[in-house]
Write a protein that binds this ligand. Structure first.
Ligand SMILES: [Zn+2]
Length: 136
């Protein structure tokens, strides 16, 4: 049995040579495919939906086009970082909701905060220096 496993591993390694394999996007796709699998415990037909992300993950896994796969991965990483940054800002806004007020600069879209309860004050964007009168 052990010898058979070793031989299988060798054959798999040879077959995987020149193939893309595992990356963050494939892991995410496989994780996403678990959602319809769990739902299919109650609604069996939903199981087919899991084939879409799982099939794409398998296609990427065994693909030999490294350039395209890396480009997809980079796009995914960038989107993931944007979402993580947005969630971080939302979390901070929620934690500071009693002490600070948040503004988004109309010029450069930078998000900044000022102390709450100071009346009408001139707020200056720390990024571009745009000034506006706002109620804090
Ligand atoms: Zn600005």
């Amino acid at each position: 049995m052990r010898q058979w496993l070793e031989q299988f591993n060798r054959m798999y390694a040879v077959w995987m040579q020149g193939r893309y394999g595992k990356d963050e996007l494939n892991q995410f796709l496989l994780l996403v495919s678990l959602v319809p699998i769990v739902i299919s415990l109650f609604f069996p037909k939903v199981l087919y939906v899991a084939l879409i992300p799982a099939g794409f993950a398998l296609y990427r896994w065994y693909s030999k086009d490294f350039a395209k796969r890396r480009k997809e991965r980079d796009t995914y990483i960038r989107m993931f970082e944007d979402v993580a940054q947005w969630l971080k800002v939302q979390h901070r806004k929620w934690e500071d909701r009693k002490t600070h007020r948040y503004f988004t600069c109309e010029q450069c879209k930078a998000v900044f905060r000022v102390p709450k309860g100071k009346g009408n004050i001139e707020v200056t964007c720390p990024k571009c220096g745009d000034k506006k009168i706002r109620k804090s």
